[in-house]
Design a binder for this molecule. Structure first.
Ligand code: FNR
Length: 344
């Protein structure tokens, strides 16, 4: 397999270089009220969930990252092994590279080879035609298609796209015609209520609000610019918690996925309590697989699955939807955002 897509390797290198688990995050600005009589048993807790009509034994997954080169082939192969061993769903990185350069298809299709029965999402940019969507789904025999909306990344990326006026239309065509469920996702800049309602109005039913707080593509792309001149955009966007608050009024009518800077099972539980049905993790899985390898990454996943149940027991929530009734206290900064945006 020849190496064509240098950008993919640069993204992996820079994501790892900048990887620092946030010591403070908007997830810390949200606290649960502790009640002393949970009235559920650990063994009765269920962590299954349903998103885009698909049922998942575990409510977190390996979110879209990579493919398109020799190095990323190995990353996808190893992460797909973790997904198979632990029953996690997994998304590819953008498959557009394989549509232009068929010789790199294997760096994506390896995920299906390794994990023939797993749930896989193919990933493409929002600008793509339905034909490209079908080709991407085909390469992975994917169960769903993630369409990323990454205007902030494109604008900072030196060679990025500059035309966005057709995205809503291309997304709608994809939803209507691609033949698998479509998940529209951000890439770490978060979403607003207006974006979510616009997507809902064209028939999108599953949305990954992917917020700020983890992997930062403004910083990554700025580091790739000759003069690093767009550093003032590095804190652009809404955090994952704020994006979930923006989505809150729609959580019952849409499948909301949380991603962006999710560090621990407690962060995940906070996301579910704000209406998320699943959590996606990218930077952290990239770091784990490269630094710790397959076995330790699998052990971490098993630990997280158990820890989710521990916290749910403490909160008296037998299933994920029960978490929405949890008593939550928001910090003044989150409360002020809600008041300004009239979220109740
Ligand atoms: C990404 N992400 C991403 N997203 C997407 O939709 N298509 C893509 O091709 C990529 N590529 C990519 C490469 C690398 C190396 C990383 C780390 C991430 C974005 C990713 O899915 C997610 O939205 C953000 O990374 C925020 O989540 P984390 O990393 O903070 O958990």
């Amino acid at each position: 397999m020849s190496i064509h897509i240098n950008r993919k390797d640069e993204h992996v290198l820079l994501a790892n270089k900048f990887y620092t688990p946030e010591t403070s995050s908007d997830f810390d600005a949200l606290k649960f009220v502790h009640h002393s009589l949970p009235q559920v048993n650990y063994d009765d807790i269920s962590i299954t969930t349903t998103v885009a009509g698909l049922t998942f034994d575990t409510p977190f997954f390996i979110n879209g990252m990579t493919g398109g080169s020799e190095n990323t082939y190995q990353i996808n192969r190893d992460l797909a092994t973790v997904a198979r061993e632990t029953g996690l769903a997994m998304a590819s990185g953008s498959i557009s590279a394989a549509l232009k350069h068929p010789e790199v298809i294997k760096s994506y299709s390896i995920m299906r080879e390794i994990n023939p029965n797993g749930i896989l999402f193919a990933n493409l940019g929002a600008e793509h035609s339905v034909e490209n969507g079908k080709r991407a789904v085909d390469i992975l025999q994917a169960n769903a298609l993630q369409l990323h909306v990454n205007a902030a990344q494109e604008l900072v990326m030196p060679e990025g796209g500059r035309q966005f006026d057709h995205w809503l239309n291309t997304i709608q065509l994809m939803v209507e015609q691609v033949g698998v469920p479509v998940i529209v996702k951000e890439v770490g800049f978060g979403m607003s209520r207006e974006t979510i309602e616009l997507l809902k109005s064209i028939g999108v039913a599953s949305i990954d609000i992917s917020g700020r707080g983890g992997t930062n593509f403004a910083a990554i792309e700025n580091a790739r610019r000759p003069h690093n001149d767009l550093d003032f955009l590095e804190d652009w966007g809404q955090s994952t918690v704020i994006s979930l608050l923006e989505a809150y009024n729609n959580h019952a009518s849409l499948d909301i996925i949380a991603s962006g800077g999710i560090r621990t099972p407690l962060d995940m539980i906070k996301a579910y309590s704000l209406g998320a049905k699943s959590c996606g993790l990218s930077g952290q899985f990239l770091h784990l697989i490269q630094e710790k390898g397959i076995d330790e990454t699998c052990e971490t996943v098993t630990l997280w699955q158990e820890q989710l149940k521990t916290i749910m027991t403490l909160l008296g929530a037998q299933t994920l939807p029960h978490l929405i009734k949890s008593d939550i206290i928001l910090s003044p900064s989150l409360t002020s955002w809600c008041q300004n945006r009239m979220i109740d």
